[in-house]
Write a protein that binds this ligand. Sequence first.
Ligand SMILES: Cc1cc2nc3c(=O)[nH]c(=O)nc-3n(C[C@H](O)[C@H](O)[C@H](O)COP(=O)(O)OP(=O)(O)OC[C@H]3O[C@@H](n4cnc5c(N)ncnc54)[C@H](O)[C@@H]3O)c2cc1C
Length: 401
Amino acid sequence: MRTVLISGAGIAGQSLAYWLHRHGFTPTVVERAPAPRAQGHTVDLRGVSFDVVRRMGLLEKVRDAAVDSRGMSYVDATGRRVADMPASFLGGNGVVGEVEILRGDLVDIFHQATEGKVEYVFDDTITSLAQAPDGVRVTFERSAARVFDLVVGADGAHSVTRSLAFGEESRFSRELGCHLAYFTAPNVFGIQDWELFHNLPGRRVAALRPSRRAEEVKVLLGFASKPLDHGDARRQKQIVAEVFAGAGWQVPAMLREMAAATDFYFDAATQVVMDGWSRGRVVLLGDAGYSPSPLGGGGTGLAVVGAYVLAGELAEAGGDHEVAFAAYEREMRGLVRQRQKLPPGGVNGFVPNSRVAIGMRNLSIRLLPHLPWSGLIEKMVTDPDAITLNDYGLPSPPPIL
Ligand SMILES: Cc1cc2nc3c(=O)[nH]c(=O)nc-3n(C[C@H](O)[C@H](O)[C@H](O)COP(=O)(O)OP(=O)(O)OC[C@H]3O[C@@H](n4cnc5c(N)ncnc54)[C@H](O)[C@@H]3O)c2cc1C
């Protein structure tokens, strides 16, 4: 059991390729884009996912690329900071993680760690999977058909591998009732090391987040909505512009910058919930199998830990995929359940409905650190990660300094 096809060169796919290579397997990664997709805002690594990056020997690189993020402030329409959540909020278990890194920088670091060791096929996608007792015959849009021992779907929340092997997306996908648009803009807003978050009545939110480069900023525009017909990027930008028309604060400048943004990314906030992550020789990893949605966050951490566990269990089982997939699921279930819990209020907490609800939310954040029972709340949110990492026969990594 040595050849593994991984669909998707995102965080999940590349970290799995790294670990499979280390355990002596031969991974091939097929990615639909012509190169690793380096878009995205900051993603966070904390707790057990931080530990996996340390085990990869990439901690220094990740720390060097980290974004200096001091915390998040809610601002009113005049830009006045009305409630602060510093990085230390809730004992460091708030919105800002142990290490905040741009998704694109993490994708690059994982790519550099695997390039030359792992076969990458860009600009292609799986078109069919046929399972046989001794392998999976895979056809591609552009490349010739090949047979692999195993296939891993690490191709994100809208996974093609999942559709081909498990059934259509609607069976596993839970839209949370909110759409999000992400893009990069020139830092005409003067953002430094604090993220600014502005809720607007009508269940909308506009946010500006620091990037690693001072001259650019990451913009988020989100709004509650029913499922939408997305269309292409032009149509999506039009939808966002209509939803935010007439809004105050920095929104007019954000909309101007959105028109020119080349890395615009728009999607419904969606969780993926499945009873099982494998079918025969095909298994799912990361957002493809258990996306927690950007509202809960933590998708990157789950992908990194899932890759470590899946590769480790395959090595431990001597390549017996049935044993390995069952162990992977047993090890990961608790963590996935934990990370799929939405923050208090769910979508309503993210985009409160009215001015009064926004004011109440801001007040509760301001008061929280001063409440006599704030220590208790801190303990409640400081859930230790529901997994203990095995070493899978690899040498112990150096301690975190
Ligand atoms: C462009 C982009 C921007 C993102 N921005 C953010 C962000 O700002 N904040 C945040 O919290 N999360 C963001 N995410 C999601 C975040 O990366 C994931 O939640 C998390 O890192 C888990 O990653 P994943 O590898 O499972 O999925 P993904 O990061 O979605 O990666 C999946 C990969 O599979 C590729 N792929 C998709 N379909 C196919 C196919 N048919 N064949 C081959 N390859 C395919 C995609 O191009 C992508 O490279 C973004 C994802 C993408 C793709």
